[in-house]
Design a protein around this ligand. Structure first.
Ligand SMILES: [Zn+2]
Length: 254
């Protein structure tokens, strides 16, 4: 059993994921740091070009799984052969569309989780998380942007269909379907409230695109991931295809 101290967890997973050559600095901050940062629930990671190191910022009460998830993002970039580009400084500060970025990150997280899930230690933690989430009724989303529950839907649909082991999926099929149906209902209602209509038909198309995750989950090409995300996000009538493409390229730096 490894220590649960953040520094020990980081070092342990650096080794497991073959990231020994990377310098990772960890910075603990009070939980209040995250209160207004819905994008980063409890932790985030970024590359500091000047100091040539990764920085993981995490809240005092971070869960082990969430910390490993952040290290997983570094691993994913390596797996995609995207280190050099990600580590080079941006020429100018990019103007992101926050909603697209949020959904992009939610989908990228699926690839991250897929890779981490192959390690039994993480699989156990992730199973615990996914099983416990099934008890949540997501009805407390009234004060967040629509992209938040939408991003969760994309993430959980893939997690329950293509990441979690078959046995749990089969055993809990009823609860999983109930959970996803509840999330869909919530999104349809919230979308209506904010004048951005989404209906069941959109979800049918969405699910069909999300199903393609299974064929590409091991890809080593960021272009394939971007194309996958493009097809999914272009289902929503919230942005032009041109804007979507520009944003995906900006986020991934393609
Ligand atoms: Zn993430």
């Amino acid at each position: 059993m490894i220590s649960h101290k953040p520094l020990d967890i980081i070092n342990h997973w650096k080794e497991i994921l073959g990231l020994e050559n990377e310098t990772i600095k960890s910075v603990e901050v009070p939980e209040s740091h995250f209160l207004n940062k819905e994008l980063y629930p409890g932790a985030y990671v970024f590359y500091e070009c000047d100091n040539k190191r990764w920085v993981i910022v995490y809240g005092k009460n971070i869960e082990q799984k969430d910390l490993i998830h952040e290290i997983g993002h570094i691993y994913l970039l390596k797996h995609l052969n995207w280190f050099d580009i990600h580590k080079s400084p941006r020429k100018e500060r990019p103007k992101f569309n926050k909603d697209i970025k949020r959904l992009y990150n939610g989908l990228l997280d699926c690839f991250n989780e897929h890779h981490l899930y192959r390690f039994e230690e993480y699989m156990i933690l992730h199973n615990e998380f996914l099983v416990s989430e099934l008890e949540c009724r997501y009805i407390h989303f009234n004060n967040v942007p629509l992209a938040k529950p939408l991003g969760m839907y994309l993430f959980f649909y893939i997690a329950y269909n293509f990441i979690i082991i078959e046995q749990i999926r089969d055993d809990l099929a009823f609860y999983i379907n109930y959970f996803l149906a509840g999330l869909r209902e919530h999104i349809i209602k919230k979308a209506k409230d904010v004048g951005k209509e989404i209906n069941q038909e959109i979800f049918i198309r969405l699910d069909a695109e999300l199903d393609k995750f299974n064929q590409i989950k091991d890809t080593r090409h960021i272009k394939i991931i971007n194309d996958f995300i493009y097809e999914i996000l272009s289902i929503f009538p919230y942005w032009s295809k041109k804007e979507l493409l520009e944003q995906l390229n900006l986020i991934s730096r393609l």
